[in-house]
Structures are given as structure tokens and as C-alpha cells.
Design a protein around this ligand. Structure first.
Ligand SMILES: C[C@@H](O)[C@H](NC(=O)OP(=O)(O)OC[C@H]1O[C@@H](n2cnc3c(N)ncnc32)[C@H](O)[C@@H]1O)C(=O)O
Ligand SMILES: Nc1ncnc2c1ncn2[C@@H]1O[C@H](COP(=O)(O)OP(=O)(O)OP(=O)(O)O)[C@@H](O)[C@H]1O
Ligand SMILES: [Fe+2]
Length: 530
């Protein structure tokens, strides 16, 4: 089968021809891609100008791709969203017209799913955790029960857009990512904020701190260096959290920011350190390109997942978890179960499980800058000891803390429960978690990472553990984030996640502050693609 792919969500007017009859191993290698990039004269991407670029450039790149094809086209696949509305509509119109002229099926591809599927297919991995680091997005996903589940994502802007906004502040031309990478080569570390909430994260704090540092006279190469160190360490940390939560040991990278060497180096290092496999596609498949659209398009055609022209409207806010994944089997899953062992490699720490005590060590992470690493390990160890005890005083079962040494990142706890919640999920236990979270919120702090792995279950008690990302706060937004993180972890590990989420919210509504659930709706409904 020969599929013509068309991409035009923002800056890349791109067309590709993918022939899956070629030898499977090099079918994607040999793919023909023709791209004409839109380059704004000043500032960032202007949607209208970008759409004008699409109407000029798409017919040309399509013609070049068709000339390169050595046979008839069997289907036309196009990026249906997410992306800039004016661009998507221009490209959608071109794709429909082509499918009709060629009299072949039309396929509507989700651009973010295409970013991750290209890596999955090239890597040959089974059901990896996927990190998408692109301009307008940043999220960690895994396939489960017919959908790609968002395990964690940015709470504000996409990662590339965040970097590009910083470089606009410096007066540098678009795109800023490669320029920051080049400038960082001569830089030294300077402290900037670092914000991870469970598997979610946000960039707004770090970006304004970076602008302030520059305005206050810090050397631009130092700010670029620290920006890369913190932002990419955040992405690497959440990818590791997703591996740990799901028990998976395969990671693939997608998206334009994935072209950054330092990001790839950190991810590879993290995977090496925990014994996981890592795959990143070549840069031409990381940045926006029609090759990935054609490859996923071919999968979708094989699954008869094509579109009637009258139902092929584009969707600027098309989320990856909205896509019914027709081309993968329901039995595949990102979540892998392993038996409990005496030594557990969590995302952050190595945990040695004794008969009565567990010893948790936050060992240095070689992917992180040593200064950042030391700061995170020390602060989190102190917070974990303090909040574990504070939670108990608020009536929530937690392990007794026997010993703590912040400098070496060591904690010794009482051993509690018989299994992690993800292995013993019941509605009653989810209710317990809701009551526990409401109790600590009532006491003025958050857990910070309440996943189904950070809850231990026994015959008659449900314990919260791992308070290292917790902090004191009276902001309903922070409480809502706790609830959001727990809901996302259910999506990644539970079959009946929706029902359990409802159970959670009903219970929380009964015992906690109603304003928190209102805020949760707001957090979840917020348009994140800016
Ligand atoms: C919806 C769609 O239009 C959007 N596409 C997109 O963002 O283009 P993409 O090619 O995936 O990524 C572009 C971003 O990637 C950044 N980038 C490119 N090279 C980089 C590098 N070496 N280091 C850091 N960032 C880099 C650019 O600064 C820019 O923000 C998306 O996938 O979110
Ligand atoms: N006090 C405890 N009693 C029994 N088991 C524990 C205890 N503390 C930790 N564990 C076990 O070790 C695992 C990892 O611990 P913990 O979550 O504290 O480490 P982590 O590195 O922060 O993990 P992650 O960041 O992936 O959640 C837990 O999921 C649990 O199975
Ligand atoms: Fe993209």
C-alpha cells in the first residue's frame, strides 16, 4: 500500500509518500518527505500568515511527493489536529480534494499520536511509555484499553513554545529551541524553579524566572544552560515516573524538541540507569513532518479506519486520548505487572524492603545537573519525613519514620501494607484515598504525587506513602492537582478507571471542600495548547 501523507498544523507544509510494501525494516527509512517551512519575519508563528504559507506551499510539496512515488496512491492521510485552525482547514481542504480526485480513501490522523507512533513502530517496542516533547504540547502517554492515556502533561504551555517565548523576550528569531541549545554550550548552571506535580509539570514559573534573570544581567548563556537543565530534567523525571508507575521498561520520544541533544542524552542516561530501553527517531521524524502522518495513516487504512468526506472536519483541540486506537489490540497495555521484590526501583529512589523496615535512598541521578540533583534530593527527603508524620497527625495512616539523613537522601520507614494499590484496586480503597486526601488538604498540605503506586493496601487499612513532592499550601488549585494526579494514575493502571474516578470524586465531595472539585473541572477543562 502506498499512502500520501499531508502535514500542516503550524509551520511545516509537508507531504510524504510511504510504501509499506518495502522491506519492513527500512520502509520508514526510505520514506520520501518534502517539507517547506514557514519562517515568521518577526515574533512567533502568526496563524493567518502560516495558513497563507500552507495554501502556497502544500500544492507544491504534494506535487513533488507524487512525482517521487513510483506507483499509484492508495490513500490520502492528513493531520486533522491539534494545531492552528486556519492552517488545519487549508490542509484539510487540500486533502479532501486530493482523495476525491485520486478516488482513494481519506484518513484523518491525530498529529500527536503520529508523533509517538513513528517512534514506536521504528523501535519495534511492544507497548512503550511515550514522551511527546513538541512546540505546542508536552505529555507522557501510554496505551491502555483502546486509547492512548495521558499519564502526565504540561499545565500551561507546550515545551517548545515556552522556550520560544523566552527567546522572543531576548529578541531572537523563531524558532528559539536550537538557539538556546547552541548558547547553552558555553553556559554554567544558575538556579531556576523546577516544577513537577506527580507526572504533570508547568513551565510558566521557570520561564518568568529565566526572563527576570536575563533582565537582571545574568549571562545569557548561563540562563540558556540552566533553562535546558531544568526543563529537560523535568521531562525526564516525569518519563521516569511513568515508567515506574506502569512497571514498563521501554521509552520512546517524539516531537520537535526531541531534536535537542541534551534532552535525548538525559533520557538515554535515565533509561540506562534504570535498565530500560530508549528510542528516539531521527530528527526528520521528530520535527513536524508528513512521514509520520503517512505511516500512521497506513496503519489506520489497514484497520479500515477511514473518513467519509462529510465527516472529516478538522479539530484544533484534538487530544491524543480522544482517538479510538483502531490499529492496536485491546490486550496490549503500557502497564506491566511484576512481582514484589525485596528491592524496588521507584522513579526517585531505591527502596530496600526488610521484614519490618524499608530503607529508601534517593541516589544521585546522573542525568541531572549535580547542583539541581543535590537540591532536589535534599529538599524532598526533608519534606517526605515531615509530611509523612504530619499526615499521621491528621488521621491518615502512614508509615512511622525511624530515621532521616537529608544529605545522603536516606529515609528509614516502618513497612506498611501488603501491596501497592495498583495491584489491589477496589472501590472501597479508592474511597479511602479520597478521605485521606481530603484530610491532608484540610490540614493545609498536598501529597504532590498520589498515584496508585504511592498507596499501600492491607486487609483493613490504606496507607499513603511517598510524600516527597508534597508541600504546605492553602490554594484550592493545588488540592485539585492532587485529585487530578490520582485520576490520571487510575487511567494509566486501572481497567475501570472512569467508574473509580467517579467513586473518588463522590467521596471527596462528601468529606472535602466542594470548591476543590470545581477547581478540578477547571484544571481539566483548561485549554493547554498555547
Ligand atoms: C500541533 C503541532 O503544530 C505542534 N508542532 C510543533 O510544535 O512543531 P514541532 O516540529 O513538533 O516542534 C517545534 C518546536 O521544537 C523546538 N525545537 C526545534 N529544535 C530544537 C532544539 N534543538 N532544541 C530545543 N527545541 C527545539 C522549536 O523551538 C519549536 O518550539 C505540536 O506538535 O505540538
Ligand atoms: N513504608 C513502606 N512499606 C511498604 N512498602 C513500601 C514502603 N515504602 C515504599 N514501599 C514500596 O516501595 C515502592 C517505591 O517506594 P516510593 O514510592 O517511596 O519510592 P519512589 O522512588 O518515590 O517511587 P515513585 O516515585 O515511583 O512513586 C512503593 O511503591 C512500595 O511498593
Ligand atoms: Fe508537532
Amino acid at each position: 500500500m502506498r499512502v500520501l501523507g499531508i502535514e500542516g498544523t503550524a509551520w511545516a507544509a509537508s507531504a510524504a509518500v510511504y510504501d509499506d510494501a518495502a522491506d519492513a525494516a527500512d520502509a520508514t527509512d526510505s520514506i520520501f518527505i518534502e517539507t517547506d517551512a514557514y519562517q515568521p519575519d518577526s515574533g512567533g508563528i502568526h496563524p493567518r500568515e502560516a495558513a497563507e504559507h500552507m495554501s502556497d506551499a502544500i500544492p507544491k510539496v504534494v506535487e513533488t511527493a507524487l512525482d517521487a512515488a513510483d506507483g499509484p496512491i492508495d490513500a490520502v492521510a492528513f493531520s486533522r489536529g491539534p494545531g492552528l485552525g486556519p492552517c488545519l482547514r487549508t490542509v484539510g481542504t487540500a486533502a479532501r480534494a486530493l482523495a476525491q480526485t485520486l478516488d482513494v480513501p481519506l484518513v484523518g490522523v491525530n498529529h500527536m499520536v503520529a508523533h509517538l507512533e513513528i517512534g514506536r513502530q521504528q523501535s519495534g517496542f511492544d507497548s512503550p511509555v511515550c514522551l511527546n516533547a513538541s512546540g505546542a504540547n508536552a505529555h507522557v502517554l501510554g496505551y491502555r484499553n483502546g486509547r492512548y492515556r495521558v499519564l502526565g502533561e504540561t499545565m500551561d504551555t507546550g515545551v517548545g513554545n515556552a522556550i520560544d517565548k523566552f527567546t522572543r523576550h531576548l529578541g531572537w528569531s523563531h524558532p528559539g529551541g536550537p538557539k538556546v541549545e547552541a548558547a547553552a554550550e558555553d553556559g554554567e548552571y544558575t538556579e531556576l524553579p523546577y516544577v513537577v506535580k506527580g507526572m504533570d509539570f508547568s513551565f510558566s514559573g521557570i520561564m518568568s524566572a529565566a526572563k527576570d534573570a536575563y533582565d537582571d544581567g545574568a549571562a545569557v548563556e548561563d540562563v540558556c544552560y540552566a533553562l535546558q537543565e531544568n526543563v529537560f530534567a523535568m521531562l525526564t523525571e516525569v518519563a521516569e515516573r511513568a515508567l515506574s508507575l506502569t512497571g514498563n521498561d521501554e521509552l520512546v520520544l517524539g516531537g520537535g524538541v526531541g531534536q535537542n541533544d541534551r534532552l535525548r542524552e538525559m533520557l538515554r542516561e535515565m533509561c540506562d540507569q534504570r535498565g530500560a530501553d530508549f528510542y528516539a527517531p531521527d530528527p526528520r521524524f521528530l520535527r513536524d513532518n508528513a512521514g509520520m502522518i503517512a505511516v500512521l495513516g497506513a496503519e489506520m487504512v489497514r484497520a479500515s479506519d477511514t473518513l467519509a468526506v462529510e465527516e472529516s472536519a478538522v479539530n484544533p483541540n484534538f487530544r491524543p486520548d480522544e482517538v479510538p486506537v483502531s490499529w492496536r489490540s485491546d490486550s496490549e497495555s503500557v502497564a506491566v505487572w511484576r512481582d514484589e521484590e525485596n528491592e524496588v526501583k521507584g522513579a526517585e529512589a531505591t527502596v530496600e524492603i526488610g521484614d519490618e523496615r524499608v530503607t529508601k535512598r534517593r541516589l544521585p541521578k546522573s542525568y541531572r545537573h549535580p547542583e539541581l540533583d543535590a537540591r532536589l534530593r535534599r529538599d524532598r527527603t526533608v519534606l517526605e519525613a515531615r509530611l509523612t508524620s504530619e499526615a499521621r497527625r491528621a488521621g491518615v495512616p502512614t508509615p512511622v519514620v525511624y530515621d532521616v539523613d537529608p544529605e545522603s537522601g536516606l529515609l528509614v520507614f516502618e513497612r506498611v501494607g501488603e501491596a501497592d494499590l495498583r495491584e489491589g484496586l477496589t472501590a472501597e480503597r479508592v474511597r479511602e484515598v479520597a478521605r485521606h486526601l481530603a484530610a491532608i488538604h484540610g490540614a493545609g498540605f498536598v501529597h504532590g504525587d498520589p498515584t496508585t503506586r504511592n498507596v499501600r493496601v492491607g486487609p483493613d487499612r490504606t496507607y499513603l506513602i511517598d510524600f516527597g513532592l508534597g508541600y504546605n499550601t492553602d490554594d484550592a488549585e493545588d488540592y485539585a492537582m492532587d485529585c487530578h494526579v490520582f485520576g490520571q494514575s487510575l487511567a494509566g493502571t486501572a481497567d475501570d478507571a472512569d467508574a473509580l474516578r467517579e467513586t473518588f470524586e463522590e467521596t471527596y465531595a462528601g468529606v472535602g471542600d466542594g470548591a476543590v472539585l470545581d477547581r478540578l473541572r477547571e484544571v481539566e477543562g483548561r485549554g493547554r495548547y498555547q
